[in-house]
Design a protein around this ligand. Structure first.
Ligand code: PMP
Length: 477
């Protein structure tokens, strides 16, 4: 399981205090600090283990109070979640790595971004087709704001419905070639609410182990039996269906069109055949596939040449290619009706704000009208991947769409590499445990249609050089 939230929540270590051990830190990290005779490699290993211990902490030192006893809450600082944050901060201090998270960007973060008054080539935003700030998108948002204000000031079911919502949803339904669509105020809430509404404790959810956190939260909310299958492993999913299908009323299989951590695609044709054979529903999260996969950017269905109605639930976000904020579900009318009247994230939450709905609608029109943006993005993805492979960088499963991860292994190496690249003018984020396995720390590059081949060449060269430099330093230590 992985998600951006985990990455950032677990990784704030920017307190400008002198190097000092925080009381209560685990023994493994203390060893890192005091045993200077340890090699750098061993210190990194110990730090990683200390981090794993902290993130896996179950209940802190406090014992649970006996029934009827005088139980009192401890402070927030006693929560395991906070201790894990302290551990990350301490590791940052020990290894002199500045906190890469929650950095403030001072202008629109497109292919270029500005941090502390300096410009960087940016690989950390998923504005895949460069539509954030596009004049037509901006003007649509401004016109919507002028007419409707910044908020619809109510849930849509009561007094928050505006023509903009209907226009966006009709456009999404047309884009997918399905009966209807519905837009939520957040992509995360879309998955949580949709899965939580459709599935019940009698049901079964089978999800790819690399599914986004929102899928897991939705599954938890539904109280259905939820089982992960190995990433993109169709035989493993088949085995689970064989073993469990008959015990449940409805079964939902959830995958992502393009996986945002590894940059590989789900094997949709096989998944469709399987869900049809077992009489299950298939939900495809197209957060990173819309505008990215398929010749015209229509996503997984176009990529594989399959009819969109063979997938039961198309999910996507407005926050990536569509340069807005929110999420959507597209599919059959009855599915959309259920969500419109039952999904808590819709019924009990304010409607999408007018400028955001208008921006997404305008961006979708540009995706449809300007397929050359998609071509440029796809060319960039292929170029980055082939250069990275030629430079012997470990790109694991990346298929060269819009996301390429460079696996470096140790989390300290990932943090240092990102810091060195920043110093050279490239903004890319390290992804570390617990977002990815302990030994699979990486840098994740989001490409856009607006990167140039020169940006890409310079970046791959810099990654190779800095990685070599870190390796030399480590061997010398
Ligand atoms: N699904 C996937 C696959 C995602 O990567 C994300 C977030 N990046 C979401 C859902 C949630 O979308 P949002 O950030 O728009 O809430």
């Amino acid at each position: 399981m992985r998600d951006e939230q985990t990455i950032v929540a677990a990784s704030r270590h920017h307190v400008p205090a002198p190097p000092r051990l925080v009381p209560g830190l685990g023994p493994a990290l203390k060893r890192v600090m005091v045993r200077t005779s340890l090699s750098v490699r061993a210190r990194i290993g110990a730090a990683a283990q200390a981090l794993a211990d902290a993130c896996g902490t179950s209940g802190g030192e406090k014992s649970l109070a006996a029934p009827g006893g005088s139980a009192r809450n401890g402070g927030f600082a006693e929560l395991p979640a906070y201790k894990a944050i302290l551990k990350h901060r301490e590791i940052g201090r020990v290894f002199a790595i500045a906190d890469p998270f929650y950095r403030t960007h001072e202008k629109r973060a497109g292919v270029e971004t500005w941090i502390d008054g300096r410009s960087y080539v940016n690989f950390a935003s998923y504005d895949y087709l460069g539509l954030n700030g596009h004049p037509a998108v901006r003007e649509a948002a401004q016109a919507a704001m002028a007419r409707f204000g910044t908020s619809v000031s109510a849930s849509r079911i009561v007094a928050g419905e505006r023509p903009l919502h209907r226009e966006l949803e009709s456009a999404l339904a047309r884009f997918y070639g399905v009966e209807a669509a519905i837009a939520f105020v957040s992509g995360h809430a879309t998955n949580v609410s949709t899965i939580g509404t459709l599935m019940t404790p009698d049901d079964l959810i089978l999800y790819d182990e690399l599914s986004h956190n929102s899928v897991l939260v939705g599954a938890k909310l539904s109280r259905a039996t939820a089982l992960a299958f190995r990433h993109n492993d169709v035989p493993a999913l088949t085995a689970l269906l064989r073993e469990h299908r008959h015990r449940h009323r409805n079964v939902l299989v959830v995958v992502e069109g393009l996986y945002s951590m590894d940059g590989d695609v789900a094997p949709l044709p096989e998944l469709i055949a399987l869900k049809e054979a077992f009489g299950a529903w298939l939900m495809v999260d197209e957060a990173h596939a819309l505008g990215v996969l398929g010749r015209r950017g229509r996503g997984s269905a176009e990529h594989f040449g399959i009819a969109t109605e063979r997938v039961d639930i198309w999910m996507g976000t407005l926050s990536k290619t569509l340069a807005s904020c929110g999420g959507y579900i597209a599919g059959k009318q009855e599915l959309i009706d259920i969500l419109k009247y039952q999904a808590p994230g819709l019924v009990y939450s304010v409607g999408l704000s007018p400028p955001l709905a208008a921006a997404a609608d305008a961006a979708l029109a540009i995706v449809a009208a300007e397929p050359r943006r998609v071509t440029r993005l796809q060319d960039n993805g292929r170029l980055f991947l082939s250069l990275a492979q030629s430079a012997n960088l470990d790109t694991a499963h990346s298929e060269g769409h819009a996301i390429v991860s460079v696996i470096v292994g140790d989390l300290i190496v990932a943090g240092r590499l990102a810091a060195r690249l920043l110093a050279r003018g490239f903004n890319v984020l390290p992804i570390i445990y617990p977002a990815v396995p302990l030994k699979a720390a990486r840098l994740r590059f989001f490409l856009t249609s607006e990167h140039t081949p020169a940006h890409i060449r310079a970046t791959v060269t810099a990654v190779r050089e800095e990685l070599d430099g870190l390796g030399r330093r480590q061997r010398a230590a």
